[in-house]
Ligand binder design. Sequence first.
Ligand code: KG4
Ligand code: ZN
Length: 337
Amino acid sequence: MVLLGIESSCDECAVAVVSDGKDILSNIVVSQIKHHCNYAGVVPELASRLHSEWIGEVCKEAIEVSGCSLAAIDGVAVSNRPGLVGSLLVGVAFAKAFAWSRNRPLIAVDHILGHIYAVQMECQVAYPHLTLLASGGHTLIAQVNRYDDVDILGSTIDDACGEAFDKVAKHYQLGYPGGPAIDRLAGCGNENAYHFPQPRLKERPGRRPLDVSYSGLKTAAISQADKFGNPAFASPTVADLAASFQKAAVEMLLDRVQRAVASTGLTRLVIGGGVAANSYLRKRLQQLSGLDVYLPSLNLCVDNAAMIAGVGYHYYNDEIFSDLDISARPVSSLFGS
Ligand code: KG4
Ligand code: ZN
């Protein structure tokens, strides 16, 4: 069974063709990075305009590369939430037109479920398992019971982990997007040059035990770095700062993973989202004992449409289809309706 996947939630215009939820026949991702880097962040209006200019060509290329005929495509899966609504709408409108004109089913997929599923395309991980999802918009630790059944154990109460990487990199003009820039620079720095504290979250009604907060760490790295300098380092460099920030950001995630293992007894962990491409996070996760960690390839960590078609396959098998009047939504279904 062959599905077309469409992903346009942020600044990647992506279309893929996937067979049986795991065999990736094509996975085209056209990044808008160079159009947004002057602003050191995604400009929503520009993003949606570029998606509408590009999506037809990207789709054409994905189908050509897959070697499939149009007639061989059994349905179309599209991420319709969460993300920038203007950007999502382009993919959703395109998917609707495809489904209607080809008389094929339309399947709306939550982008977050796509990130969680991505690694299943490379190795089958039995349910239930834990997931750590860290991206530019979300930070989530959860128990996954099925491709569409996720119990959130903790999430960020303010900034997402990737957002903190992006803001720190923007402040120190390290490059855009900030996560890969810090990852690279940190390789030449000393992670002990600064001791950034781990925030302690107070218990509050509605707060989950494994919630995280990145705004304090972001502020500490941007405007209070002097307060956290290690006296043993006379003149720390910006690479030292990047390495120390990265260590603190990653250790917050490792702490939540270990607590999730302790509270659920689950020892299978899959990771996903752009921050899952971070080399230091990947290294530290592999060093944790008593845990089977499943790391997707880097191209499946960041936004892509193969993961959307992958989830779509399971909806198709379960005969869960969407109407042509679906809309784009800014918030994930995991956080409300
Ligand atoms: O999943 P993604 O491509 O898009 C969203 O759904 O947000 O994630 C993008 C985020 C950005 O914040 C980017 O800086 C971060 O992932 N990122 C990284 C790395 N590669 C991408 N963060 C840390 N280290 C990386 N190597
Ligand atoms: Zn994403």
